[in-house]
Structure formats: structure tokens, C-alpha cells
Design a protein around this ligand. Structure first.
Ligand SMILES: Cc1cc2nc3c(=O)[nH]c(=O)nc-3n(C[C@H](O)[C@H](O)[C@H](O)COP(=O)(O)OP(=O)(O)OC[C@H]3O[C@@H](n4cnc5c(N)ncnc54)[C@H](O)[C@@H]3O)c2cc1C
Length: 314
């Protein structure tokens, strides 16, 4: 038996341990090969212990929240995947929303709106967890995580827990200091807090409904990982891809959405390699037709062949 599995057994985790679990079951685009080991975790103390055990066994560990911003290789992930379902949320003092990183960002948004606190309405329809949103500085409709984040508790790979300020997280457009670290070496976001302003619930609800309507019209309903590329300084990436005539472009089961050209959908039986080929084609065509280099917003994770142009995220 592998030393890591023995450690997990001693600590009573073996019944919940998933071995060779397909990541396709844990990503919104429904592709991705097996993770060597996986556990679904609902308590922070378990999360901290499990990261310690993986470190002791020399096994790299990563957290997946909603799996809505990753493309996992067909060969899967060599290491330990923790699915974060730590979902406590509270407002201990007026205007400060504190939550664990496994809270769906939509739920955090709703919690704030219903209590009349402004600042997270933009997130009312964004898939995924607060942790994933902090890593990628998620945003929509003019708002983003960096606008309101007060602090985040980080668990470093050496076991240290640090309360990092927003400044320390070095947020930039759809990125942070955390996103710039490879996923299997990255500190984990355990909890975080947002500073919110008093607002009028009816007005916040109205705003949220308008965002939801716009999202229904613009975002494909098929499985996807959301926007593939970041917007460039001049143009939205989808506009550039569309100008190349790529809407509907397909390799295997992966297709450039006919509704939104910056989204690649899984039409039913896509492999991660299909999706990567479509993405590379989009990038090449935009470079050849517009002379602009698109930068990935989604993150390639796991055991990919060494193709630098599919893997870089900044
Ligand atoms: C239909 C659709 C619409 C979308 N719309 C938007 C949008 O409007 N705006 C936007 O910004 N994004 C959007 N996205 C992308 C995605 O929803 C966001 O990026 C989301 O914040 C990702 O969260 P997640 O929990 O799913 O992250 P995951 O995909 O699970 O993980 C992303 C990365 O973050 C890491 N990570 C996750 N949790 C933690 C943690 N607790 N600690 C450390 N690392 C962690 C993972 O290891 C991985 O490297 C959309 C996606 C889809 C599918």
C-alpha cells in the first residue's frame, strides 16, 4: 500500500478516499482524466490535516472548488486533489462578510444582497467557489474580488497559516499572486472576508436580476469552463475570435460556442486534448489575423504534454 494511503488510513480517511477518480466528474466542462487520490472535505481542520499528511508523504496536493476555471489533462492529475466544500458563512460585524473558501461565490453574493449589503452583486451568477474566485480575481459587470476583499487566511505548503491582506495578494485583471504559482504548489485559501457597504435590498436585487438576465442571453448553457482568454487591452477576446470566423469551429467534441466566441463548449464527448486543440487554433488565428497574443484565463492543470503555448497563465 502507498505510504500516503497508509497515513490516510491511520487518520480514518480511507472510507472516503477516492482513487483514480475522473476529474471530468468535478469540472464544469466535464473533461479531465483521473486524479491519483481525492477527498471531498467539509471542515477546515480536515483540510489542514490532509495538506500536512500529503506533505509528510511527499505527495503534491491541490484544491478544486467548483472546477469551473480549469482544464484538466486526459491523463489526469498526479497527486492529491481536495474538493473544497467548507461552506461556513457569517457576518460577525456589520458590513464584514466572512466565509470559508468552499462557499459558492453565488451564495456569498446572495447572502449579502438579502441582508442589504452592497459589493458582491456582480457575482450573483458566477459559478465556482470563493476560493477559486480569490485566486483568479473573478469579476463581472464592472466588479471583481479585489474591490472588496479585506483579507484571506492562506495555508502555505510548509503548514504555515498566514492572514494576507488584499495588497499582499497582488490582484490584477483576472489574476493574483496565488494564480502565478503552479496549482500543485500554491498556498490554499482557507477563509476570507469582504468589506461591504450598506445598500438597499430592492435595488441590489434589481441589479442582480439584470446581471442574471444578461448572463442567460450571453453565456452558453452547454458544459464549459467559461471565458478561455482574458480580454486584451483593446478588444474583448471573443470579438477577436469571432472576427476570425471561428464560431462553431470544432475538433472532436469541443466547439467554439456559436453564442459566445470566447467560450469552448463540450458537445458531449470532448476530450481535454480536443479542447486544447480548439484553444490553440483560436490563439493562432487571432495572432495571424490581428497580430495580438491572447492570454489564457482558464488554467491548464495536471499531466499535460509539454506544449508551452497551452500551459502559460499569468
Ligand atoms: C459558465 C461559466 C461562466 C463564468 N463566468 C465568469 C465570470 O463572469 N467572471 C469570472 O471571473 N469567471 C467566470 N467563470 C470562471 C469561474 O467561474 C471563476 O473563475 C471561478 O471563480 C472559479 O472558481 P472555482 O471554485 O470553480 O475554481 P476551480 O476551477 O475549482 O479552481 C481554479 C484554480 O483555483 C485554485 N483554487 C480553487 N480553490 C482554491 C483554494 N481554496 N485555495 C487555493 N487555490 C484554489 C484551483 O487549484 C485552480 O488552480 C465562469 C465559468 C463558467 C463555467
Amino acid at each position: 500500500m502507498h505510504a500516503f494511503v497508509e497515513l490516510l488510513q491511520v487518520r480514518g480517511y480511507s472510507e472516503r478516499l477516492l482513487i483514480n477518480e475522473p476529474m471530468a466528474n468535478h469540472t464544469t466542462i466535464r473533461v479531465g482524466g483521473p486524479a491519483d487520490w481525492m477527498l471531498v472535505v467539509t471542515r477546515l481542520d480536515e483540510m489542514i490535516e490532509l495538506v500536512g499528511l500529503s506533505r509528510k508523504a511527499g505527495i503534491p496536493a491541490m484544491v478544486v472548488g467548483g472546477g469551473s476555471n480549469i482544464l484538466v489533462a486526459d491523463k489526469g492529475i498526479r497527486g492529491f486533489v481536495i474538493i473544497n466544500r467548507c461552506e461556513a458563512i457569517e457576518m460577525p460585524t456589520a458590513g464584514t462578510l466572512e466565509c470559508e473558501a468552499g462557499v459558492p461565490i453565488k451564495a456569498a453574493s446572495r447572502y449579502a444582497i438579502e441582508r442589504g449589503w452592497e459589493g458582491l452583486e456582480w457575482a450573483c451568477g458566477v459559478p465556482g467557489t470563493v476560493g477559486g474566485a480569490v485566486v483568479g480575481n473573478a469579476g463581472a459587470y464592472g466588479g471583481c474580488i479585489a474591490d472588496n476583499l479585506a483579507w484571506a487566511d492562506l495555508l502555505h505548503t510548509d503548514g504555515r497559516i498566514e492572514c494576507a491582506s488584499a495588497a499582499q495578494l497582488e490582484f490584477s485583471y483576472r489574476s493574483s499572486v496565488l494564480k502565478r504559482v503552479p496549482s500543485l504548489e500554491r498556498p490554499l485559501v482557507l477563509r476570507c472576508a469582504f468589506n461591504l457597504k450598506p445598500g438597499d435590498t430592492a435595488e441590489l436585487e434589481r441589479r442582480a436580476q439584470s446581471y442574471t438576465r444578461q448572463r442567460t442571453e450571453r453565456i452558453p448553457s452547454e458544459p464549459s469552463a467559461g471565458s478561455v482568454f482574458k480580454r486584451t487591452l483593446q478588444f474583448p477576446a471573443g470579438f477577436l475570435v469571432e472576427q476570425c470566423g471561428l464560431k462553431g469551429y470544432q475538433v472532436g467534441g469541443a466547439q467554439v460556442s456559436k453564442l459566445h466566441a470566447n467560450v469552448v463548449i463540450n458537445t458531449g464527448n470532448a476530450s481535454a486534448a480536443d479542447v486544447a486543440q480548439v484553444i490553440n487554433h483560436m490563439r493562432r488565428q487571432v495572432w495571424e489575423n490581428h497580430g495580438l497574443q491572447l492570454e489564457l484565463e482558464i488554467e491548464f492543470v495536471g499531466d499535460w504534454p509539454a506544449e508551452p503555448d497551452t500551459r502559460s497563465t499569468k
